[in-house]
Design a protein around this ligand. Structure first.
Ligand code: G3H
Ligand code: 13P
Ligand code: ZN
Length: 330
């Protein structure tokens, strides 16, 4: 058993409390490799933002959970070396079993998500309670989820999500003892969050996605005042990055995300954590494709992973400063 406290990590309790009071959101950026971790830490140290380093089950399989844990430990030392010890949370994204959450807690994670949203309400309560009971013994914070987001394991179309039912949140939070709650108000995972048919067009023909269901968010806030809410599927799918990818041989079709103004609005409410993965994938891919297309003789990985890391860092700095409002809050 390794305690996250020995690794210099923090749980999410204190940073969420400050985010709620200060009307901003903490960035939760997914990482799978060293360049992503470096970009996240460089950006958040430079902007003095707290950060959640987020690891999915897929990331654990890809990179190995022990290596990711050591990377997070390294991130704490790296931030100090860069000149500012920002609060860093190591969080399991979309944990699906008690055993997985337990294993991450024993490995040094400071926060876990147990995603029981695909189960019945009763089973979700039971599974989430079990994880909370174990996690809280070690002062590890737990994120639960109510309502289903489209587009993760099953890759279903975005219109098949189920919005969170505000009538359930108070009972769920009370029975399970979770520390934060992910809700479904119209976001979804991946780079194709809406079909063009679901969007309207502005005067210039630019697609405008349907707005998030702020009415549901505000109902949720009334039922559990002061409680930290989490938004998954919050990438904005920057069209300049999509255009670079497609210009240099990519084939991204109908890639549409959540407008940043709506995320800013959410961050000023009870939403204390905003999950961003796909935008980082787009930024890395755009930079790598550009190098491959313009410098076809290049074969040193540092010559394309370096620009990818720079582009990622730029993206994260922008998110923290202009979208989440967490710059200067560390
Ligand atoms: O919520 C999903 C995240 O974007 C992680 O994606 O499971 O492909 O690592 P992944
Ligand atoms: P995006 O696919 O919109 O980046 O969402 C990521 C996420 O919710 C990770 O849990
Ligand atoms: Zn998610």
């Amino acid at each position: 058993m390794v305690s996250y406290k020995e690794l210099g990590l923090v749980n999410s309790r204190e940073i969420f409390k400050k985010a709620f009071e200060g009307k901003y959101a903490i960035p939760a950026f997914n990482f799978n490799n060293m360049e992503q971790m470096q970009a996240i830490i460089q950006a958040c140290v430079e902007k003095k933002s707290p950060v959640i380093l987020q690891v999915s089950s897929g990331a654990r399989k890809y990179a190995n959970q022990t290596l990711l844990r050591y990377m997070a430990q390294g991130a704490v030392a790296y931030a100090k070396e860069l000149g500012y010890a920002i609060p860093i949370v190591l969080h399991l994204d979309h944990g699906d079993t008690f055993e997985l959450c337990k294993s991450c807690i024993e490995m040094g994670f400071s926060s876990v998500m147990i995603d029981g949203s695909h189960h019945s309400y009763e089973k979700n309560v039971e599974l989430t309670s079990q994880v909370v009971e174990y996690a809280h013994k070690y002062d590890v914070t737990v994120e639960g989820e109510l309502g289903v987001l489209a587009g993760i394991e099953d890759d279903v179309a975005a219109e098949h999500h189920t919005y969170t039912e505000p009538d359930q949140v108070e009972d769920f939070v009370g029975k399970t003892g979770v520390d934060s709650l992910a809700i479904s108000i119209g976001t979804s995972h991946g780079a194709n969050k809406f079909t063009p048919a679901q969007c309207t067009r502005d005067a210039n023909g630019v697609l405008i996605p349907p707005p998030l269901r702020f009415d549901i968010l505000s109902e949720v806030e009334k039922r559990i005042p002061g409680f930290p809410i989490v938004l998954h599927g919050a990438s904005s799918v920057p069209q300049d990055q999509v255009a670079i990818i497609n210009k240099y041989g990519g084939a991204l079709k109908d890639a549409i995300g959540i407008p940043e103004e709506q995320l800013r609005q959410a961050a000023a409410s009870a939403v204390c954590k905003i999950n961003i993965d796909s935008d980082g994938r787009l930024a890395m891919t755009a930079a790598v494709r550009e190098v491959f297309a313009l410098q076809p003789a290049e074969f040193d990985p540092r010559k394309y992973l370096g620009p990818a890391r720079e582009n990622l860092k730029k993206l994260y700095m922008h998110k923290v400063e202009n979208v989440l409002g967490s710059a200067g809050k560390a």
